[in-house]
Write a protein that binds this ligand. Structure first.
Ligand SMILES: [Zn+2]
Length: 228
């Protein structure tokens, strides 16, 4: 095996441990709760906006109906002043007025409902904000706690890869950077039937030959570093 690959394999083991630490933090309980609290806050913000626009519409309707009622009352007054004796006219006004008042009461009820909902949603949002603050602090502390370990591992990695082919190292770093912990190994062996052990695609014979001369190639399919 190529000596640089040998060094890189040792370094890769350390790199994987480092990634595991990062992953524990990213997929851990604190992060999950942090994401959940952020989601709750976003949801309540959206609900509050919706409630505000609903309330605005109801207020407009309330004003509209109030105006119609006052106009109707004016009409009744006018009819009275004109000494209208038509009882049907009064009945008509009265029934119109009753209907309008019931509609107004309904709007009022809905305004109260929306107001109450607004209050509870605001309270939930405030609670989630307070929680988010606490969890953020916990998350920061967890990050701080693990930071020195991660740093030490990065340093160990750098020591292990000292002196190896720069092109090979740059390839490794680029793949790790783009794939993160989505892939376990960046450096993989060629299988006995000439496949890449990362993606299990056939490696063309020209590349297999290149592995024999150069010690490694990058996989055409997945970009991993293949050695033999
Ligand atoms: Zn591959």
């Amino acid at each position: 095996m190529n000596a640089d690959i040998e060094k890189l394999l040792v370094a890769q083991k350390i790199d994987k441990e480092r990634l595991q630490l990062v992953q524990n933090l990213e997929k851990g309980k604190i992060k999950t709760e942090l994401d959940r609290a952020s989601q709750t806050i976003d949801n309540s913000k959206n609900s509050l906006l919706q409630l505000e626009s609903d309330a605005k519409m109801l207020q407009d309707n309330y004003q509209k109906f109030s105006k119609i009622i006052s106009d109707t009352l004016t009409q009744i007054e006018k009819a009275q002043n004109n000494h209208s004796e038509d009882p049907d006219l009064y009945d008509e006004f009265l029934s119109k007025l009753t209907k309008l008042e019931s509609q107004l009461a309904d709007i009022e009820r809905r305004i109260i409902q929306k107001t109450n909902l607004f209050k509870t949603t605001s309270m939930e949002g405030a609670k989630a904000s307070a929680m988010l603050k606490n969890i953020s602090k916990m998350y920061e502390e967890a990050q701080k706690a693990v930071a020195p370990k991660i740093q030490a591992m990065e340093q160990q990695f750098n020591e292990k890869v000292q002196g190896i082919d720069e092109k090979l190292l740059a390839k490794y770093r680029a793949i790790r950077k783009s794939k993160g912990s989505d892939i376990k190994d960046v450096v993989v062996p060629l299988t006995v039937d000439n496949r890449c052990q990362g993606c299990f695609m056939d490696v063309p014979s020209a590349l297999v030959n290149k592995i024999k001369t150069d010690g490694w190639v990058t996989c055409d399919e997945c970009g991993r570093i293949i050695y033999q």
